[in-house]
Design a protein. Structure first.
Length: 277
């Protein structure tokens, strides 16, 4: 009988398992890393796509309001028991100032100073970071002389020391409180007005206030009595104070879309004089 040497024996099943365990494994260890990489890349792509969609949606608010907003009414009224007045020019005495201004006088002044017929011109979507300089969506500077936004100066005077406050409360005799109005939904919410005096700017945002930051204070109003949140500049008895007024259509507001094409709007401002204690 032939002898079988150890070298001639076939490996048993157990031997095969041992050989398999001992042999080098196929290169599959990198698979989890590849999967993680693919997941990361997919996540990155998705996030980038979401970011692009968000940017596109935000930018859309600016787009092509070619037939922009046209002024229908601009009215200014003062409520301070006769102790607060204003006008478009500086005067020597308190009695020369007035307690209300209508569209005709304001539009005539803007026409003479800026060369803009606001009865025919239309606001364009603009924005600002300092409330002094305004820009279009492409970053170019907007000029009030083109009617892109409205700018004029009000001169205030009081017969006693007062703090001037903007109010949304209606006055006697049908005087409207401070507000933007429009028949087009969203138009009033997309508009802003500001008042600059003494190196500070107060901004009325119909969507609500944002508090003070640097040289600007942003506040909202309701239809009730005004509060100290809408306090602005101080007046010294019978001393003129020039205040720059600006009215614009805020291009970054979510309501500033093509739905506002050709919209008409009205602006009313109402001031109160709060006696200094």
């Amino acid at each position: 009988m032939a002898r079988v040497t150890p070298d001639d024996r076939r490996p048993t099943t157990g031997d095969r398992r041992s050989a398999t365990v001992g042999a080098p494994r196929p290169a599959t260890a990198a698979a989890p890393a590849d999967t993680d990489l693919r997941r990361k890349l997919t996540t990155t792509v998705v996030l980038v796509l979401f970011a692009l969609v968000a940017i596109a949606m935000a930018t859309f608010a600016w787009f092509s309001i070619a037939d922009s907003a046209k002024t229908r009414m601009l009215m200014i009224d003062a409520n301070a028991d006769g102790s607060l007045r204003f006008d478009l020019d500086e005067h020597a005495t308190f009695d020369e100032y007035v307690h209300s201004l209508g569209f005709d006088r304001i539009s005539a002044r803007i026409a003479s100073e800026k060369g803009v017929d606001i009865d025919a011109s239309k606001l364009k979507p603009v924005t600002t970071s300092d409330y002094q300089t305004f820009t279009f969506e492409d970053g170019s500077t907007a000029d009030p002389a083109t009617g892109a936004y409205l700018e004029f100066t009000l001169h205030f005077m009081s017969s006693m020391d007062l703090r001037v406050r903007l109010t949304g409360q209606d006055g006697d005799g049908g005087a409207s409180g401070t507000r933007f109005s429009s028949d087009t939904q969203g138009m009033a919410s997309a508009m802003r007005m500001s008042f600059t005096a003494d190196g500070h700017t107060w901004v009325y945002n119909p969507n609500g206030g944002g508090g003070s930051s640097g040289s600007a204070t942003v506040f909202g109003l309701d239809s009730g009595a005004a509060t100290a949140a809408s306090d602005m500049f101080d007046l010294i008895t019978e001393t003129d104070k020039p205040v720059t007024v600006r009215i614009w259509l805020e291009g970054t507001d979510p309501n500033c879309t093509n739905m506002l094409k050709g919209a008409n709007y009205s602006v009313s401002m109402r001031f109160e004089g709060i006696e200094e204690q």
